[in-house]
Design a protein. Structure first.
Length: 354
């Protein structure tokens, strides 16, 4: 709250909604027609939570500077492209992040007569038990949204994802807390990947990616030979292929992994921090293709090679009956040369092992 106490702040406004609010909205045109969401304003920070799409965060901006990516299909609600193999490419819109899982991530797969679509089904699952609130907690003004998504099938899985997204007025951090529970009476495979998507103008030529990584491995032949530029964003190039790099990230002394995207020209950046316990893998998706200009950051509990890979190796991540796993991710806007340099110094410290 920029150092101001509740009483002093309220002396300067009529309604606190002049500065911060959570408002339900509904989109009315095109493929997004009918999509329910929440618009969250936290001073200069704003974002939208998509209630009908897994409570994922769509657009995000800071002081009018866009942070997130919107793909060519544009903003849309749930439609018939969602779970039809790789036709998902016609509905993946990006956003600050979308949730991939819970039975599959990455490439579509067919096994034992069952289809597992690209990046799974949870990303387009509408939320139930939706709640949005904005309230004073002593001198803190809390902006919170929450909801529950269920991925279930008759005679099949019954997985529940409960999500809470929270920010405090005057701060530049948005925190996501996910609890995934297996409510079936048998162990179930549970795959999850947080597909975080950074876009222009925060993302631009010369941007630097910080990852405290032990190693960088190209996913495929297209990516091979490009690993020397994994941490720098290049200018857009027509029809350039996508590159994917597999990282081996190091957690800090608190068990958290921190990655950052820094734009020195704008003196802005975004820092993503997540608990590594249940998300031991991290992938980077770098696309410099004209019109598909995006940097994807992907904490996950499973491989970029998807369900087929884990079935072949016999190591699908399993969740026991009524067991729960909790993931915590935070997104913090970095502002000013000093904060960008501090991020570099912390990344260097982790790499040095100090």
């Amino acid at each position: 709250m920029d150092g101001e106490k509740r009483e002093g702040l309220l002396r300067k406004v009529g309604s606190i909604q002049q500065l911060a609010y959570v408002r339900p909205i509904r989109y009315e045109e095109g493929r997004s027609g009918g999509l329910r969401a929440f618009e969250v304003k936290n001073g200069p920070l704003s974002y939208r939570v998509l209630a009908d799409k897994c409570m994922d965060v769509g657009e995000m901006s800071y002081k009018g500077v866009n942070v997130s990516f919107l793909s060519k299909p544009g903003l849309q609600g749930r439609n018939h492209y969602d779970t039809n193999g790789d036709e998902a490419l016609r509905s993946i819109m990006g956003g600050l992040f979308f949730t991939a899982g819970l039975e599959n991530i990455c490439a579509p797969h067919r096994s034992c007569g069952k289809d597992y679509p690209m990046h799974g089904r949870i990303r387009t699952t509408p939320a139930e038990h939706i709640c949005a609130d904005a309230f004073w907690e002593a001198d803190r003004y809390v902006l919170r949204t929450s909801g529950e998504m269920r991925e279930a099938e008759l005679f099949g899985e019954n997985l529940v994802l409960r999500r809470t997204i929270e920010t405090l007025y005057g701060e530049r951090t948005v925190t996501v807390v996910d609890e995934i529970e297996n409510q079936s009476f048998r162990p179930e495979p549970m795959m999850i990947l947080y597909h975080i998507n950074i876009g222009y103008p925060l993302l631009d030529e010369g941007c630097e990616l910080l990852v405290p990584t032990r190693s960088v491995t190209p996913r495929d032949e297209a990516s091979r030979g490009k690993e020397g530029r994994w941490n720098r964003m290049d200018a857009p190039k027509d029809n350039e292929p996508e590159y994917v790099f597999i990282h081996e990230p190091m957690a800090d002394e608190h068990g958290k992994v921190t990655v950052s995207v820094l734009n020195d020209r704008l003196e802005l950046g975004i820092q993503i921090q997540y608990t590594a316990k249940n998300l031991p893998r991290f992938m980077e998706w770098k696309s410099t293709a004209s019109g598909d200009y995006v940097l994807g950051l992907e904490p996950s509990n499973s491989s970029v090679y998807g369900r087929a890979y884990h079935e072949e190796h016999g190591d699908l991540h399993m969740l026991e009956p009524f067991a729960k796993e909790t993931n915590i991710l935070s997104f913090t806007i970095l502002e000013g040369a000093r904060e960008l340099e501090a991020a570099r110094e912390e990344n260097a410290r982790l790499l040095s092992g100090k």
